[in-house]
Design a protein around this ligand. Structure first.
Ligand code: GLN
Length: 274
């Protein structure tokens, strides 16, 4: 037996050179003990097997892979989403994007929504589970789509998945196009945390020279793929929102900040033609 407090200290020490925040030892312990964080507070001692399972995870985490990748899953709006080296790990900012999209779809009848660059499928699955809209999701990576399909099956989410470079394989018109596209300027990728630059797919990160390549493609195609009154909801990087809005003439635009106060989401509603 080992005292839990002492075990948590050992885990903290092992992952000290990663970008882990102070809560990760707790999450590792919760995973191994199959309990929530509140229940963890009540535990005093753990078995030797439990301790070695925790040490194993912490050592893998110390190589620089994110905890989600080591454990193979994360949570997105309360939904378990499997992740691997072929998909971007869903981020809390993206939950905000999905929430905004769900609100937009809430009162619409027979709505169709498209999730471009679906990656793990997290946004498309959340839209399918929490709205009545018909969902289509596309990605250029076959391996990402494989992961997204498995995630969708797990949640009984009926989604039409399309292997497609941006809009290439997509057809029809949508009430909503939502996307968290790759938006890191190519030259900034080397400066990211190793958890991201070494272990997440470059395809999911690289947004071209100024990071805005995908927004240009989306802006150029929005008219063709959106119904009148339809909307775009796009996640973006710090400082990009206003440049994106400039690309969207013919749209009423608004910006939503994330919890850190960063301009994170561009909402753009297509003006109706009179
Ligand atoms: N749509 C996925 C997500 O938001 C993947 C995004 C991406 O690969 N850029 O997590």
């Amino acid at each position: 037996m080992t005292a839990l407090r002492q075990a948590l200290e050992s885990l903290k020490e092992i992952i000290r050179d990663t970008d882990a925040d102070g809560s990760e030892p707790d999450w590792i312990a919760c995973y191994v003990l199959k309990c929530g964080r509140a229940a963890l507070r009540l535990k005093k001692e753990i078995s030797d097997d439990e301790f070695s399972a925790m040490l194993k995870i912490a050592k893998e985490r110390a190589t620089g892979r994110s905890l989600s990748q080591v454990l193979g899953y994360t949570e997105f709006l309360g939904l378990e989403i499997s992740v691997n080296e072929n998909v971007l790990c869903p981020r809390p900012e993206t939950e905000l994007l999905a929430e905004q999209a769900i609100l937009f779809l809430k009162d619409k009848k027979n709505a169709r929504a498209l999730d471009l660059c679906t990656g793990s499928g997290c946004i498309a699955i959340a839209l399918s589970v929490f709205s009545k809209a018909e969902i289509c999701a596309s990605d250029i990576s076959e391996k990402a789509l494989e992961t997204a399909k498995k995630n969708a099956e797990k949640h009984n989410a009926e989604i039409e998945f399309v292997l497609s470079d941006a809009f290439d394989g997509v057809s029809g018109k949508f009430d909503l196009i939502v996307s968290n596209p790759p938006y890191i300027p190519s030259k900034d990728i080397e400066g990211l945390d190793r958890e991201v630059k070494d272990f997440e797919p470059r395809l999911a990160l690289d947004g071209g020279e100024d990071g805005l390549d995908f927004y240009r493609i989306i802006a150029a195609n929005a008219d063709k793929y959106l119904k009148d009154g339809g909307a775009l909801m796009l996640e973006c990087g710090q400082g990009q929102a206003r440049d994106i809005i400039k690309m969207l003439s013919g749209f009423d635009c608004a910006i939503v900040n994330d919890l850190q106060g960063i301009e994170r989401i561009v909402k753009a509603v297509k003006k109706s033609v009179r």
